[in-house]
Design a protein around this ligand. Sequence first.
Ligand SMILES: Cc1cc2nc3c(=O)[nH]c(=O)nc-3n(C[C@H](O)[C@H](O)[C@H](O)COP(=O)(O)O)c2cc1C
Length: 368
Amino acid sequence: MTTHLTSTQLAAELEAEARSTLPAHVSGYVGATAGAGECHAEGLAAWAALRLVPRVLRGGRADGAVDTSTAVLGTPVRTPVLLAPMAQQVAAHPRGEAEAARAVAAAGSLLGVSTNTAVPFTEVGAAGAPWWYQVYVLRDRSLTQLLVERAAASGAGALLLTVDTTSLTQPSEPGAASVEPTEWPDGPGRARLTALTSADLAGSESGAASPALDVDLGTVRWLAEVSGLPVVVKGVLHPDDAAACVEAGAVGVVVSTHGGRRLGASVTSAEALPGVVAAVRAVSPAAEVYADSGVRSGAAVAAALALGARAVFVGRPAWWGLAARGADGVGRVLGGLTEELAGVMRQCGAASVADLTPDLVASRHLRA
Ligand SMILES: Cc1cc2nc3c(=O)[nH]c(=O)nc-3n(C[C@H](O)[C@H](O)[C@H](O)COP(=O)(O)O)c2cc1C
């Protein structure tokens, strides 16, 4: 008998598998949530609670095929399920992002590469998957400049400027000892520095790599100028902030609670998405809105797209998948969500992602 796991069940299975082999301080870091974990729990629940109103009598192909492909900032992808930038992936797998990128390439997806990566950009790019470089603006901006220049030269297609990390202390998983990656006995805590040589670092104080807390809207244009890449701002929940980012030159925003890892009392991404979409559209119809944090099913992906997201990012399930089964684990997460999305699209009469329109989402979830 074969059992077919839902994406939600698969995520739980991969997490259990990964936790059974990872050191507790690593699992504790990956599973960490802010506050009492309420934002993370409600984030999962909010996506899972979205209800769709299927459309019928729309024809469709006799073989039931639907087209999940789209384009993100002009880059074609076969699925709107993208891999979120996540730190410390060499703690999941010896090849880290390079291994994850193989799965992403096979899935026809795209990955975000964290500032805190230990894998050289060239190895990530070698898999052939499109990738965006996630930027934490470092205290020494000349180092950030070097990193984004190198990312651009190595084939990054865009920058994801993360702006929701205002505290240098990570949240701790309830009940788990909080150990910063910088303090892991075996940890690649200064992983980001692998993209820099010791000559680059000469003259920088040791704290140079800490994220600066004074990122402002001018940073968007500065990053675009020094890298020559489009900038997407990640970690936006308030519609006014989203509008300001686009006015400041961002080509898109990611509605994100950082996986519920920043503010326990935060609104969820699912709740924030419609307001952000409306605010961004009002400034620039061409700007793209993405969403992440707690997306665990194809129905949630469909609902996010129907509410105006161009694509979604998936985080923890892929990190656990990488730790448990390498590229195969990441591939199953991306493939499972995409397969579920296709099933939901078929049942909703949506032949392509462009057919996922707001009227498919039950009105109780839409803002007045
Ligand atoms: C272990 C871990 C490390 C992360 N590291 C980063 C990071 O370096 N930069 C960043 O912008 N977001 C980081 N994130 C947040 C993810 O990009 C993403 O927003 C979040 O994981 C999505 O929520 P989900 O895990 O519920 O799918 C990290 C998340 C996890 C779980």
